[in-house]
Design a protein around this ligand. Structure first.
Ligand SMILES: C[S@@+](CC[C@H](N)C(=O)[O-])C[C@H]1O[C@@H](n2cnc3c(N)ncnc32)[C@H](O)[C@@H]1O
Length: 259
């Protein structure tokens, strides 16, 4: 199986990390097993695997979004998992934003809903089990669509992008945070060693689960690079598509508008 990146929105549905799978359904089933297994330790592992950097990247994403502080502004956070992005958006809106946190995995959502209750954000958020490829939500109903570290797990990225476009209102904003291609050779070597050696070992030590973390690392290496992902976003209909790299391209934030 190829370990190289796919070059467009197609091709992720036949691979689970570096392994070949029969198709989108099998891939999704295996991804779902991963997130059922990791849900309880997901937040702790995120901190350990990224040395806390995911917090900085997520805050930068919400800064770029600059949520409205007016009542009635609505966002959809897809693959929202344990709620990190949604909580930051509500806080940045000074409590005015209303959001839907959608994820295919009930275990991740359960952790998110519990955290929302502790943070007293339950009135702003609705947790919905659903699939990014077929959202089951009305057309033109959200001011912003966000997805963080989620889209590379979705088998059909093209369908997810089309759905993002469909549910956004005209003038709506698409923002996607995802691991991407490192553009500094020395950093790339260090990052490669950290990804393929340290992260599965931490997964084994902390969660007794090497395999899930091997998948997460391998799926990062398969995901289209910054330029190819920009092209896929444009193909779905978005305009003014741009991206910003974080930490030398370890993560990238892509932005587009439905105009
Ligand atoms: C790495 S977690 C990201 C969670 C959260 N957005 C964050 O940044 O911490 C990826 C999430 O994608 C979800 N996911 C995978 N496939 C999905 C799909 N087809 N539709 C919706 N969510 C999906 C998983 O269940 C998981 O919660």
């Amino acid at each position: 199986m190829s370990q190289s990146r796919v070059t467009g929105a197609e091709g992720m549905e036949t691979t689970y990390g570096f392994k070949a799978v029969g198709g989108a359904e099998e891939k999704q089933a295996r991804v779902n097993e991963v997130f059922h297994r990791v849900a309880e330790r997901y937040d702790l592992m995120n901190d350990l695997m990224s040395a806390g950097l995911h917090r900085v990247w997520k805050s930068a994403m919400v800064n770029w979004l600059a949520p409205s502080k007016h009542k009635g502004w609505k966002f959809l956070d897809v693959a929202g998992g344990t709620g990190d992005i949604a909580f930051r958006i509500v806080e940045a809106s000074r409590g005015e934003a209303q959001g839907v946190v959608l994820d295919i995995n009930g275990s991740m959502l359960a952790v998110g809903a519990e955290r929302a209750a502790k943070l007293k954000l339950s009135d702003n958020l609705t947790f919905v089990e659903g699939n990014a490829q077929s959202l089951g939500l009305p057309d033109a109903s959200f001011d912003a669509y966000t997805i963080a570290f989620g889209i590379r797990n979705v088998p059909r990225i093209d369908l997810a992008l089309e759905e993002a476009y469909r549910v956004l209102k005209p003038g709506g904003r698409f923002l996607c945070l995802e691991f991407s291609e490192v553009d500094m050779p020395i950093l790339d070597k260090v990052y490669e060693a950290w990804s393929f050696k340290a992260i599965p070992a931490i997964g084994k030590a902390v969660a007794n689960d090497r395999e899930s973390y091997e998948y997460l690392v391998e799926s990062i290496r398969r995901f289209p690079n910054q330029a190819n992902f920009e092209a896929a976003i444009r193909k779905a209909g978005f305009e003014r598509v741009t991206h910003r790299n974080f930490s030398g391209g370890i993560a990238a934030l892509h932005s587009g508008w439905k105009l």
